[in-house]
Design a protein around this ligand. Structure first.
Ligand SMILES: [Zn+2]
Length: 70
C-alpha cells in the first residue's frame, strides 16, 4: 500500500474488445462525460462515428442466448 502510483488502470476498447492501458493509450475519446480509450486511431474513428452502436453492443451481449431471434 506504499506505492499506489504503481497501480495499472486498464479500460476496454469497445470497438475491438481489447484491454487498453489508460496511461499509455494511443487514443481516447470523450462521450457524454465518460472517457473511452482505444488501441489506435482506427478504433477511435469508428467509435466517434457511431458511439451508440458500441455502447449498446456491450449491453446487448449480456442478454444473448434467449433464442427469440432464431
Ligand atoms: Zn482497438
Amino acid at each position: 500500500m506504499k506505492n499506489p502510483i504503481a497501480v495499472k488502470t486498464t479500460a476496454k476498447d469497445l470497438v475491438c474488445g481489447m484491454d487498453v492501458e489508460t496511461a499509455s493509450a494511443a487514443q481516447h475519446s470523450e462521450h457524454k462525460g465518460h472517457t473511452y480509450y482505444f488501441c489506435g486511431s482506427k478504433c477511435k474513428e469508428k467509435f466517434d462515428l457511431n458511439p451508440a452502436q458500441y455502447l449498446n453492443k456491450s449491453a446487448e451481449s449480456s442478454k444473448t442466448g434467449c433464442g427469440c431471434c432464431s
